[in-house]
Design a protein around this ligand. Structure first.
Ligand code: ZN
Length: 133
């Protein structure tokens, strides 16, 4: 794995949180995007080498709605940049990690993504992401 690509932060109200994070980070949100398959609306900020991704539930069955019900707003996942998502998925699976999807999915911000179950990763939801070229 290469650098941390972004941190995913679950929020209740995207518009309010964009305001808050623009003030906090001192940079404007450069993109918002809804990912229907994941039930989320996202907003991205560039912070140097890395990014912050805010995630709002797009509907009540969204995994983000469930996360906020259980834990409240806050850090939801850590995403790592990878060169070859298929190779990393295979490596992690062979090392006993539980993948949440068997095939890479199309995520926000032009990425192929795969999530690792937090139960197999020390309580942290880990995302692999590879830029779609
Ligand atoms: Zn993410």
């Amino acid at each position: 794995m290469k650098k941390i690509e972004h941190l995913g932060i679950a929020v209740k109200n995207l518009a309010q949180s964009i305001n808050l994070y623009e003030k906090l980070l001192g940079v404007p949100c450069y993109k918002t995007e809804t990912v229907e398959s994941e039930g989320v609306t996202t907003a991205f900020f560039k912070t140097g080498e890395n990014k912050i991704e805010l995630l709002e539930a797009a509907h009540t069955e969204s995994p983000i709605a469930k996360f906020i019900d259980k834990k409240g707003e806050g850090i939801h996942h850590v995403a790592f940049d990878v060169d070859d998502i298929y190779a990393e998925m295979k490596r992690l699976k062979n090392s006993g990690f539980q993948l949440l999807n068997e095939e890479p999915k199309r995520g926000a911000d032009n990425k192929l993504v795969c999530f690792i179950h937090p139960k197999s990763a020390g309580g942290v939801l880990v995302e692999l992401c590879q830029e779609i070229r």
